[in-house]
Design a protein around this ligand. Structure first.
Ligand code: SF4
Length: 348
């Protein structure tokens, strides 16, 4: 790639006239960076970018939100959550609605804040909404490690932790026909680029690990167009992503968590696509196992959006009954959601 200049990449991507290439990103930060850099408008109409299931809030099933609401109404209990999740609707309401009704829900800005709160208020119970992908699971492992070190017993986690490989297989086999993946930058920093070798061979499609700068994303898309129809893995983000990943973080995760099946919004339960606390640490679990039910809001097409079957603006509610200020579905709530990014960038 080094010998190809950015101006050549820009020109060739705009003028591309070969077979259609469908490229999926599975990282909410990539989704946002692609929109912010105006990349879709720089591509030939024959190169389609599709936002896959990479936004943690968007793929969390309603049963998890319902359970958090139930916990937030228990006596002397506060549910701690990051900002985006608070606005996502469960079966009937969101955590923000529950809070308005008197439930105890509090936003935190870092996972370690939860340990501090639990330590300072030992008579009160805390439940931390621990959702996310391989990127955030090591931090949740650190929370458990710190809680054990401090002998804290009034903090539990409600987990909804996802891992990428099995959902990628699911999307390729059951989704909307994908020719290649922009492999997630943050997730890959933990898992390593080697993670994609076996996947690429099994699926017969290429994976290119990318950072978040516009020129690197363009070079990644250029590589994927050139690699269409072949398997192979390229790492364009070598400054951060090592072939073996972050072995310290992986060991920490492995100490506290084990692989499990997991339910994804609109996709159902996918074998081996998640992580749960190991049996010996289940005293820290607030009831995460078996939260599989998923009730999509009426008319919401998030399930089809997340696997690339439709673009967000093909949802009849997009921009009319569903906007960032009045989000009907989860994909419009988060700044990493596909619908949100299509809306704010005016992407077609
Ligand atoms: S525009 Fe709103 S209702 Fe439609 S798929 Fe997206 S989040 Fe769901």
């Amino acid at each position: 790639m080094a010998e190809v200049t950015l101006s050549t990449i820009v020109k060739e991507l705009k003028e591309y006239d070969g077979e259609e290439v469908r490229i999926m990103e599975v990282c909410g930060t990539h989704t946002a960076a692609i929109s912010e850099n105006g990349i879709p408008a720089m591509l030939s109409p024959k190169i389609k970018l599709i936002s896959g299931p990479g936004c943690p809030v968007c793929v969390t099933v309603t049963a998890v939100i319902d359970k958090l609401i139930e916990l937030s109404m228990e006596e002397d209990t506060t549910v701690l959550t990051f900002g985006d999740l608070i606005r996502v609707k469960g079966t009937n309401k969101s955590l923000a609605d529950a809070k308005a009704d008197g439930a105890s829900v509090m936003m935190v800005y870092s996972p370690m804040e939860t340990v501090k709160l639990a330590k300072e208020n030992p008579q009160h119970k805390y439940v931390f909404a621990a959702i996310g992908f391989e990127t955030t699971t090591p931090v949740y492992a650190m929370v458990i490690e710190e809680a054990i070190r401090e002998n804290i017993t009034n903090l539990r986690l409600l987990t909804s932790l996802k891992t990428m490989p099995e959902v990628i297989k699911w999307v390729v086999k059951d989704g909307g026909g994908i020719d290649g993946f922009i492999a997630p930058g943050h997730v890959s920093a933990i898992t390593g680029s080697n993670e994609y070798e076996a996947l690429s061979k099994e699926l017969g499609i290429p994976f290119v690990v990318s950072g978040f700068e516009g020129p690197q994303l363009l070079a990644t898309i250029y590589s994927l167009v050139k690699m269409k129809g072949k398997s192979g893995v390229k790492n364009m983000y070598k400054s951060v992503v090592k072939p073996e990943g972050n072995t310290t973080a992986k060991a920490l995760v492995n100490k506290y968590f084990e692989p499990s099946d997991s339910s994804w919004r609109g996709m159902g339960k996918i074998k081996g696509s998640g992580m749960v606390l190991r049996e010996e640490y289940r005293s820290f679990d607030a009831g995460s196992i078996g939260l599989d039910e998923d009730h999509m809001p009426a008319g919401c097409k998030c399930a089809s959006v997340l696997v690339g079957k439709i673009s967000p603006n093909e949802c009849p509610l997009f921009g009319k009954h569903c906007t960032p200020d009045n989000a009907h579905g989860a994909c419009m709530v988060s700044t990493e959601g596909s619908c949100y990014n299509y809306f704010v960038s005016g992407r077609k």
